[in-house]
Design a protein around this ligand. Sequence first.
Ligand SMILES: Cc1ncc(COP(=O)(O)O)c(C=O)c1O
Length: 399
Amino acid sequence: MKNTWRFGQIEFDRIREVLDSGFASGTTGNLNNRFEAMVAEKESAQFAISMNSGTSTLHAALYAAGVGYGDEVITAPLTVISNLDVIISMNAIPVFADIDPETFNIDPEDVARKITPKTKALMPISLYGLSCDLDPLMALAEEHDLVVVNDAAEAFGATYKGRPIAEIAHITSYSTENSKHITTGEGGVVVTNDEDLALAMRKFGSLGYRVNQAQDGRVRSHKDIFQDPTYKRHDTLGYNYRLSEVAAAMGLAQAERLEEFIELRIKIAEMYLEVVEGCDYLVPQLVPEGYNNTYWTVAMRYERGDVSWQDFRYKYTDLGGDGIYAAWALLYQEEVFTSDNWRAHCPPLYQDLHYPATGMCPNAEAVQPKIMQFVNNYGSVDEAAPKVDALRQTIEYFK
Ligand SMILES: Cc1ncc(COP(=O)(O)O)c(C=O)c1O
């Protein structure tokens, strides 16, 4: 399946602008600024900072949150490895809170149980397009003076109790990697309403330029100032996570079409949901009252004991389905973590930390092997219809 339907004249036009500009860089051009402004506006945030991945944005977010040596960061184990990697990169300690088995998102009650005096930040994930339960997480953050970084890599356009999610957490991070609602190939964008957090992330994602600004990624100062051998440019560490102007041009074009992409994913998700209505062993991710799921993918719990997960998938693909994606292994069950490879990052801090192989997050351990994710990233409902019908036929077959 080719996803060429995702790119049209508008993407070509925006990329042409970059080429016509003489191929500006992320520090001189304006496509990044325009992409950021559009995401900020559409996600209802004041500041947006584009970067080269949704992992970079999480890394910058933890830096801005002040996470450092020995601090604890609470996250859910049912997520991509990025969440673990960025915690370790800050020399911080990952703490895993369980998920709600119905929404698949982090359980605020378990988060509350896992807060200690060392906790510095919460990094919930808004999984598969559904916001995490933000109100109790923000209340915990208020009570314990924590920063909440909502990893909404998969949740462009999601709302929580009628509010855009970016209005709520201190920082909200999105990915524009190829499978996401909008794409720059690889990329990410992080938003906040706090200027200090925005500036810290801007500097971290740039090269820590003294003249970096929260609002504007271009690095500017008067020639008489910087064309001087005594000029000092950098006052903080930075990792050059900037997005190229060509990628930002793609991002701008895609962001202009954000509603179109979201609407289509939701429509196709609803087609799958209709097919599983009344099927007692395929239990869709619960969307609580007042939330909107923007369905990066259509996730369900497969609860059937007599037909294996894999046999169900084989039959589905035999019947014309596009395949079923499994959930990632839990973070603490991934080889990087169980093999102790991560401890080499900071031996004095990590060598004496011990995590049990099982039992830390029982709901996540029970749910992860059951998750089936159905593809809804199609160009039209007509293209999706035979895939959805393959699911109907599979259910019929295993009646
Ligand atoms: C939940 C989640 N967090 C973070 C990321 C990281 O984003 P990226 O692949 O852009 O680094 C992804 C995407 O892969 C994701 O799905």
